[in-house]
Design a protein around this ligand. Structure first.
Ligand code: TYD
Ligand code: MG
Length: 459
């Protein structure tokens, strides 16, 4: 029998190394490598050797001109939870594997149980839980107001037995909660270790492709430690959805981090309540602060996440710092980007904040990743620094360059429409994004090319 080898795998990105080292060479994270034993090929192959079958199920692969491959339109089923359907790119895809990641307690189990409930008798579902007893799941389903009739559960963590049950019951939807509780008889490692998580997930992916079952894997995001995080699975699955949200807020944002069948960064917004997760049909409203009048340090941006525009408030607090190294805290946006913007504000806006603490927060606990946030962030900082509110009800978007120029961003027209529909009086936007008309409905559009112009018209 071949000798077992040892490999070191990064908890963050899943990269494999032959030696232990303090920093992962692939993603740069520190102290994230864990050792695991690579099962010799003969043992892993064992009795359930993976068939080398493609999606069509042929025994050996052959080279095929793509024109000969019948175009199979992926079969989709609408779940009926609009925000979830949107994040998945238009419903559930048959035979796809979706990883749902997020902090413990954020609502992953609740969402998936509600999904199974919404599909009801339309799609045979099986909820496999390694975390809760069937009685707990049934009690939760009842509290969520789901009809229990079509729901089926299985409390099992051994992958071989789960697959046996699945092959007998032939569910069309298989939910695994969570992948970190699974283990395979063929591996000696503990459940939750990287080798178990990867092997069991790989078996489920293979099962999904061979049987056409849609599989949802729950993965807890973990701080570095003994348990493998969902990141090690990202490359194996078709879609990765992350559940985000403030611990203190009842709003939850589901973000498509990767999706082979839809747009990435697509957002679904939910509110956690007494009876589980409820969709938020008009999410712009919840990301706007509730100020009674103009407030210094506040600016509203029109961001575009996935395929829809969203109005989100940016708040900044700039205050004289008692520290030699003033604090720079960015919540919901990239810290490096903020440092760059502060330098631009100094050079091209004439505002020196080097002796000030600067805090910037995106309201509602969402993360903004696009450059259209530059102009609103800068204006919020400037507004707090000067202690003057932006005049009127103003919406903003635009990228800011290092030489103080305001650059256009994609989908300007759509963003303007969203702002106008929420009753904004003015929009300050990059010149190239501004339409020929000076108004969009009742909203005035002010086009700017440089940061100093934007500062002049904002206050
Ligand atoms: P859960 O789905 O168990 O989280 P995860 O699977 O991601 O660990 O959600 C647990 C939290 O949600 C828990 O703090 C209780 C809360 N919750 C509600 O507020 N209302 C509800 O109807 C349900 C089912 C849960
Ligand atoms: Mg759970």
């Amino acid at each position: 029998m071949a000798k077992a080898k040892t490999a070191y795998v990064c908890n963050q990105c899943g990269a494999e190394h032959t030696r232990w080292q303090g920093q992962c060479a692939a993603c740069g994270a520190w102290d994230t490598l864990s050792e695991f034993v690579v099962e010799p090929a003969t043992a892993a192959a064992g009795k359930s050797a993976p068939k080398r079958s493609g999606y069509a199920g042929q025994e050996t692969a052959r080279i095929t001109p793509l024109t000969e491959v019948a175009l199979q339109i992926e079969a989709r089923s609408l779940i009926g939870i609009g925000e979830l359907d949107r994040v998945l790119g238009g419903g559930l895809v048959q035979g796809s594997v979706v990883l749902v990641g997020g902090d413990p307690g954020i609502g992953k189990s609740t969402l998936l149980l509600q999904m199974m409930g919404a599909l009801g008798a339309r799609l045979r579902g099986l909820y496999v839980s390694g975390e809760e007893s069937l009685a707990q799941i049934a009690a939760r389903a009842q509290r969520l107001g789901l009809e229990l009739g079509p729901l089926h559960g299985l409390a099992e963590t051994c992958i071989e037995r789960i697959l046996e049950h699945a092959q007998a019951a032939r569910p069309q939807l298989l939910i695994i909660d969570s992948v970190q509780t699974l283990w395979s008889e063929q591996l000696a490692a503990a459940p939750g270790s990287i080798s178990q998580v990867r092997e069991t997930a790989a078996r489920l992916v293979r099962y999904a492709k061979e049987s056409g079952t849609s599989v949802f894997l729950v993965g807890h995001v973990t701080k570095e430690g003994g348990i493998a995080g969902p990141r090690v699975l990202e490359h194996m699955v078709d879609a990765v959805l992350y559940f985000e949200g403030d611990a203190g807020s009842r709003f939850r944002v589901l973000r498509a981090f990767k999706n082979r069948f839809g747009a990435v960064n697509e957002l679904g917004v939910f509110a956690m309540g007494e009876r589980g997760l409820r969709e938020v049909p008009n999410p712009s409203a919840i990301f706007l602060g509730t100020h009674s009048g103009p407030t210094p340090g506040s600016a509203v941006m029109v961001t575009r996440e996935g395929t829809r525009p969203l109005l989100v408030e940016v708040q900044a607090l700039v205050d004289a710092s008692p520290l030699a190294n003033p604090r720079r805290v960015a919540l919901g946006l990239d810290g490096g980007r903020m440092a760059m913007l502060l330098a631009v504000l100094h050079r091209h806006g004439g505002a020196a904040v080097y002796d000030q603490d600067v805090f910037v927060n995106i309201v509602g606990g969402i993360r903004v990743q696009e450059t259209a946030a530059d102009l609103p962030v800068l204006l919020a900082v400037h507004s707090s620094f000067r202690d003057r509110a932006l005049t009127g009800k103003t919406a903003l978007f635009g990228e800011v360059g290092l030489s103080g120029e305001i650059r256009p961003v994609p989908n300007g027209e759509e963003r303007l429409k969203e702002a106008a529909s929420h009753g904004f009086e003015r929009a300050i936007v990059p010149r190239a994004n501004a339409p020929k008309k000076s108004h969009h409905g009742a909203m005035e559009i002010i086009a700017v090319e440089r940061l100093d112009q934007a500062l002049a018209v904002s206050f």
